[in-house]
Design a protein around this ligand. Structure first.
Ligand code: GLU
Length: 215
């Protein structure tokens, strides 16, 4: 169980999560990844190994991003298994901490319904479950899907056509940071408030089964 950091605000999001995720390095990780809005699409960069050496990631007009440092629990250490995990065309993008105890059963059902998977992870099923449950309301589809998961889990989800982030947790931490002044409001969401303490110390600790929609 390693690190999650998401950002939503008025600044370009990729450099912010790249800087913040480094603060979680003390926890260790085997692979890493970023998912961020860039010119109206979600772009994903992920890799095995050390992200300290990665050049500065930039995005243009993308105010929303998620990032993840992984300790593999389900599926080997590989680029395909690194987070974020996405559905086709990066429509729904997920970062996740924890272990989905019933993922084999859920994956079997999803395979029957024609879903295709690129990784061995438990995490990848979440985006596909959201796709199944989606009836036009993204936060509601995340809520329904999360209730199907067994185990201790925290997720942050992005959708190409939803201007915001959705986070929910049970048995694994998720903390919201709020930075505001008279002109603007920015939000952080992380498994560990260290990721954003140089930006704000105004925090909300989510309770188990509490879902947050940052817009
Ligand atoms: N179970 C997930 C995986 O193996 C999440 C691991 C984590 O918490 O870093 O990818």
């Amino acid at each position: 169980m390693c690190g999650i950091l998401g950002y939503l605000g008025c600044r370009d999001s990729a450099p912010i999560v790249q800087k913040g995720l480094k603060k979680l390095n003390y926890r260790g990780y085997d692979s890493w990844g970023f998912g961020f809005k860039n010119n109206g699409k979600i772009e994903i960069i992920k890799e095995v190994g050390d992200f300290e050496k990665v050049e500065n990631i930039k995005n243009n007009g993308g105010n929303c991003a998620v990032s993840h440092s992984r300790w593999a629990t389900t599926g080997k250490v590989s680029k395909e298994n690194a987070h974020p995990h996405a559905t086709e065309n990066n429509e729904i993008v997920i970062v996740h901490n924890g272990i989905i105890e019933n993922f084999q059963e859920l994956k079997k059902e999803l395979l029957k319904n024609g879903h295709k998977f690129k990784s061995e992870t438990d995490t990848e099923i979440i985006g596909h479950l959201i796709e199944e449950n989606f009836k036009g309301d993204f936060p509601d589809a995340v809520r329904k899907s999360f209730l199907q998961l067994k185990g201790r889990n925290a997720i942050v989800a992005l959708h190409n056509n939803f201007d915001g982030l959705v986070g929910v947790k049970k048995g694994s931490p998720l903390i919201v940071g709020i930075k505001n002044n008279s002109k603007r409001e920015e939000y952080f969401i992380s498994s560990d408030s260290r990721a954003f303490t140089d930006e704000t110390n105004k925090v909300i600790f989510l309770e188990d089964n509490e879902l947050v929609v940052l817009k």
